[in-house]
Design a protein around this ligand. Structure first.
Ligand SMILES: [Zn+2]
Ligand SMILES: [Zn+2]
Ligand SMILES: [Zn+2]
Length: 313
């Protein structure tokens, strides 16, 4: 299947056995599962059906795990898309994204969130359990005031702690990173709180990201297709150096994610199939760091392990 490809990678091996005569250097052994640490599967369901080509190949050769972020209160009722089969595992988060709430109905929305968390808390079956609160945080492109955004964010931190759940963080606007970090520090009583700061790229305030990683030992950063964009030369260079300087610690702190249907990696050619997109991000990282002891596959496996720990899968 050649619906998409990544440099040096046999993408066909994501979904089917390859006799290795394809000429590509790297294949993905079928005992390595694919974990997407952050995805939005509820949007555009019909498009999803056509994009998730890899997981639909039969007979299936590997396991797929998706951390599906339900970040829009008006979509909380929509059930997970019916991709569920024995080799596809969708685990859901629930939260209020800073762009998708109205201050007018805020208390009702927060009340509903608590109810969903309460129900999930008493639910025994793992596939119906909510695995995290979020994505939530701050966003400079939101029409709602920062004051309101902080209020909603802090309420969600409190709920996560109350239900003993990890938090998925979203921050857009590098000047907001400090504000978000201050909220975390002032609100979180247990330093061991699990946190996934998703979508860290060359636009991030890396100084704050370092403080965040130091402050919370069970925190992770999410890397997705946006790390491949290289839109601003100076920022890109800074970000690449940051990755290289922290390459010793990254295996313990990175999570690969797609944020599908957003942020398709630049080095993924053809269809934006999220399962292949993870490889494209991993391949870019491995080329950037250029460590002889690591490669795209080893980073993928570190990320898999970190997603398992973060979301208690
Ligand atoms: Zn091949
Ligand atoms: Zn986000
Ligand atoms: Zn997202």
């Amino acid at each position: 299947m050649n619906h998409c490809f990544v440099d040096n990678f046999c993408v066909a091996s994501v979904s089917s056995h390859c006799d290795q005569r394809c000429g590509q250097r790297n294949h993905i052994p079928s005992d390595i599962p694919i974990y997407d640490g952050h995805i939005h599967l509820n949007q555009m369901t019909s498009k999803i059906q056509s994009d998730l080509l890899s997981i639909k190949v039969t007979p299936p050769i590997r396991q797929f795990y998706f951390i599906n972020n339900n970040h829009k209160p008006d979509e909380w009722q929509i059930p997970n898309p019916s991709l569920n089969s024995s080799h596809v595992h969708i685990r859901s988060t629930i939260g209020i994204h800073p762009k998708y709430f109205t201050p007018k109905s805020l208390y009702q929305t927060l009340d509903n969130l608590r109810t969903y968390l309460e129900i999930s808390h008493h639910n025994q079956s793992p596939e119906n359990k909510i695995v995290a609160v979020g994505e939530c945080g701050l966003d400079e492109t939101s029409t709602t005031s920062i004051k309101h955004q902080i209020f909603v964010f802090e309420k969600q931190i409190d709920l996560a702690m109350q239900f003993d759940l990890p938090i998925v963080l979203h921050c857009r606007g590098s000047h907001l990173y400090k504000k978000l970090f201050d909220c975390l520090k002032s609100r979180i009583s247990d330093k061991n709180q699990r946190l996934h700061w998703h979508c860290i790229n060359s636009n991030a305030n890396l100084y704050i990201v370092d403080l965040f990683l130091n402050q919370f030992p069970n925190s992770y950063i999410g890397l997705n297709g946006s790390i491949t964009y290289e839109t601003n030369f100076e920022n890109t260079l800074m970000f690449k150096n940051w990755l290289i300087d922290r390459s010793r610690y990254l295996p313990d702190r990175l999570i690969f994610e797609t944020d599908y249907p957003y942020l398709s990696p630049r080095n993924l050619h053809g269809t934006y199939d999220p399962s292949c997109a993870l490889l494209a991000t991993s391949e870019y990282l491995s080329k950037t760091i250029d460590d002889t002891n690591q490669n795209a596959l080893s980073y993928l496996q570190f990320s898999n392990r970190n997603i398992e720990t973060m979301y208690a899968l």
